[in-house]
Ligand binder design. Structure first.
Ligand SMILES: [Zn+2]
Length: 200
């Protein structure tokens, strides 16, 4: 079930996002991810805007990269996990006060170097798949959990992959009613939009 944010965030209808990606593969994709999620939300008539935050403390969402042990601390509780920096799915922790159903802060981890299986072996994937990974995690940041993954849009939890001849030609997709659908174009289905709407 989707989780609601605290009232101050919900009333602002905005999520402020801190870019802690640093240098490397992801550094040029943060702004692109923000633009894409804002376009998807506004075209779905969801009045929610992602904005870049200037500091960790003031941010609702913190985005970092991870490979191996990851951790974040909120309300004196530290969450730790082991994260595969080669996978094609990020991780988003929706953190709140103990015993409270409300999200106070979200922690996004992106795989440092996500890899694609190709007929000639495994190699790093490119910009289209990485952008998809980032905006998929931004959908989680709206309050959607792994149990809310959808069959029919970019919020699919177990998509199909289609390697290109070059990394930037790689695609992730889903099986639609008329065959495979590859991203981009990115889109949100009615069921995902409805789940987001239910907690905003
Ligand atoms: Zn997911």
């Amino acid at each position: 079930m989707p989780k609601p944010w605290i009232d101050s965030v919900k009333n602002a209808r905005s999520l402020t996002v801190r870019n802690n990606i640093g240098s490397g593969n992801w550094s040029s994709l943060f702004s692109r991810g923000l633009r894409e999620i804002n376009r998807l939300l506004s075209s779905s008539s969801l009045n929610i805007t992602f904005r870049e935050a200037a500091a960790d403390a003031s941010a609702d969402v913190i985005v970092a990269v991870g490979n191996g042990p990851i951790s974040y601390t909120h309300d004196n509780t530290t969450f730790t996990s082991n994260f595969d920096g080669k996978r094609l799915h990020g991780y988003t922790g929706l953190a709140g006060r103990e015993g409270s159903p409300y999200i106070e802060k979200a922690f996004v981890f992106l795989p440092t170097a996500p890899e694609m299986h190709t007929p000639s072996g495994t190699r790093r994937t490119g910009i289209q798949v990485m952008t998809l990974i980032l905006i998929h995690e931004f959908v989680h940041c709206c309050g959607l959990t792994d149990n809310d993954h959808s069959p029919d849009d970019i919020f699919n939890g177990n998509p199909t992959t289609n390697p290109g001849s070059r990394p930037d030609g790689d695609r992730v997709g889903i099986m639609g009613s008329n065959g495979y659908v590859w991203f981009p174009p990115f889109f949100l289905s009615n069921s995902t939009v409805g789940k987001i709407q239910s907690v905003w």
